[in-house]
Design a protein. Structure first.
Length: 256
């Protein structure tokens, strides 16, 4: 980008602020506008062109506005910033929020495999900032942090792993370096031994065939049924200590 803070960029910042200003981020309780600004900052540092930087500022607009306003914002983005910006934004937008969480994420990952480089860069900047924020909050607050999200801990980890693997294949290292660093830090936190306080967060679930079950996230049953996730999918990628907690619960033994 040869010119910084052009009139188009300033207009995009204004639109992002107007959409996101009432919102708060789940992971760190910061004003939501911090996130698109951070994505924009990463893209600018990577030397992305103006259209890609604008798309970074607006990448969550279509997902976060009410369903009955999406068409209006699509038209506004297209008219103010052009078809290319709209295409990049659409390339990182979950298209059907009515679908279960896991189904939405699987569709997103499939699209990521064929998305444009510009959409991939926006997605990479998005994942980079989100992962950095997650690592900071997880390091400070521990297991309780996962209760803030709409999906259980290991689903979130699964999605991040899959997205990073796709981006690693399709993007140059210069865009991936910071994300890799945050993923490494997250893995270190995930690998640490669970404390008695962590196990106190285990939520007792209704008995199944006379056996008490336990799981780290109280949303497990509701989301498992809603997302039609199999037990194998749930356990794929799980660390041994968490698997052991689940096994103990299924066997009727104390989970902590």
């Amino acid at each position: 980008m040869n010119t910084f803070l052009t009139p188009r960029l300033l207009e995009a910042i204004s639109l992002a602020v107007s959409v996101h200003s009432p919102m708060i981020r789940k992971g760190d309780d910061l004003p939501y506008i911090v996130h698109p600004m951070a994505v924009f900052g990463l893209l600018a540092r990577w030397g992305a062109d103006e259209d890609t930087c604008i798309a970074g500022l607006l990448h969550d607009v279509l997902e976060d506005v009410p369903e009955n306003e999406k068409s209006k914002y699509r038209i506004e983005i297209g008219q103010k910033f052009g078809a290319n910006v709209l295409e990049i934004v659409e390339g990182v937008t979950e298209q059907d929020k009515s679908l279960p969480w896991k189904a939405r994420k699987k569709l997103y990952l499939e699209h990521l495999k064929v998305a444009s480089k510009e959409s991939l860069m926006v997605s990479c900047a998005d994942r980079t900032h989100n992962t950095a924020s997650l690592v900071e909050a997880y390091g400070k607050e521990g297991e309780i942090i996962w209760k803030r999200f709409n999906a259980p801990k290991w689903w979130k980890v699964w999605f991040l792993d899959q997205a990073v693997a796709i981006m690693k294949e399709r993007l140059a290292d210069e865009y991936m370096t910071e994300l890799w660093s945050h993923v490494k830090d997250l893995n270190a936190l995930l690998s640490r031994e669970l404390t008695p306080q962590d196990y106190d967060l285990l939520s007792e679930l209704p008995e199944e065939n006379g056996v008490k079950q336990f799981i780290m996230d109280p949303l497990y049953l509701e989301l498992s049924n809603h997302c039609m996730l199999t037990e194998q999918e749930m356990e794929d990628g799980m660390l041994e200590d968490t698997k052991e907690a689940l096994r103990k619960g299924r066997d009727g033994n104390p989970a902590h």
